[in-house]
Write a protein of this length. Sequence first.
Length: 385
Amino acid sequence: MKRYLYALLACTLLLTACASPIGLTDDDEAEPTSPAGPGASSGGEASARCGDTAQLADELQLYTWVEYIDPAIKDQFEEECGVRVVETNFDSNETLLASLQSGATGYDIVVPSDYMVQILISENMLQPLDFGVITNIKHMGAQHVNQYFDPEQQYTVPYFWGTSGLVVDTNVIPDPRPSWKLVFEPSAEACGKISMLDDQRETLGAALMYLGYSLNDTDPVHLGEAKSLLIEQANCVKAYDSQTNDDLAVSGETVIGHIWTGDAILAGTPDAGGREELVYVIPEEGCVIWQDNLAVPVGAPNKHTAEVFINYLNDPQIAAQNANFVGYGTPNQAAKEFVDPELLENPGIYPPKETMARLQWIEDVGDALELYDRVWTEFKAAIGG
């Protein structure tokens, strides 16, 4: 979901409390490994990470979030394996779903988030993967596999994970309380300078959590309250933005932003063009934990090549290279040996156990999705969005 980070990190304000436990933390150790590093091959020769190159397509179509892979990795894969990776982007899980439902074909790999995986599986839109090819699945931490959205771990491979909280400009709000009140009971200084994610499950979820309800509440009355709250809040919202909200914070156009982890860290990193006054807050009422996943859609023209690339991305050193660039948490335990220590030590990216135990997943709400769609549409119509 989300955006990139170059290397160094900003200070992160992490005061927590949320709602439902997810069980294991990110401390489960994977099997140690000694992989060949990037550039193991030379002169264009295929490396062992490519398998039998005679079985590989010349080109691979990747449908993913904006700036969610180190471009150098695509170049490396082409050099090592002879496959060009062509990237196309979407801006939300719902856009991804709509694309596949409309009959979009030609994509070899898609990158859905947790709850969307569940929906895509139920709609028979994903293919089971060959883990005889994707052997690097063994490096995943236990809490990232066999999750509710793919309990048998048949259709997906974990890619990145993170949380959805708030970025706060401490020049304007010097001692921010870690609460959704920052955006739903904004100060005079903040009103008109707030951004919210343009994402129905995230933003309706934020309103539900502020009101004391579950992130996945399906009670029409509660969702109606959330809609009313968002309509009332809209007078203080500058933008509903999931792609440039970090830029708005850096420029000072907003002073509080509902944001994904990596975007917040980027915004607060001077070496990446950010400002150190921008800190990341996890609200005490509740917050989202999400995981993005690599999957192969039904109808993919190059399934085997897709599986080879998924395995390539999860070579521990490649996975670490990608994590260092993107700035989100890697589920690949073996990769952590090679991840920038400043990333590993940042609690905004790798929260402590007590925080992990309180995070909530966005889950498939079944038939209630129609209710969410209607409420979101009514909210957008009410604010003229």
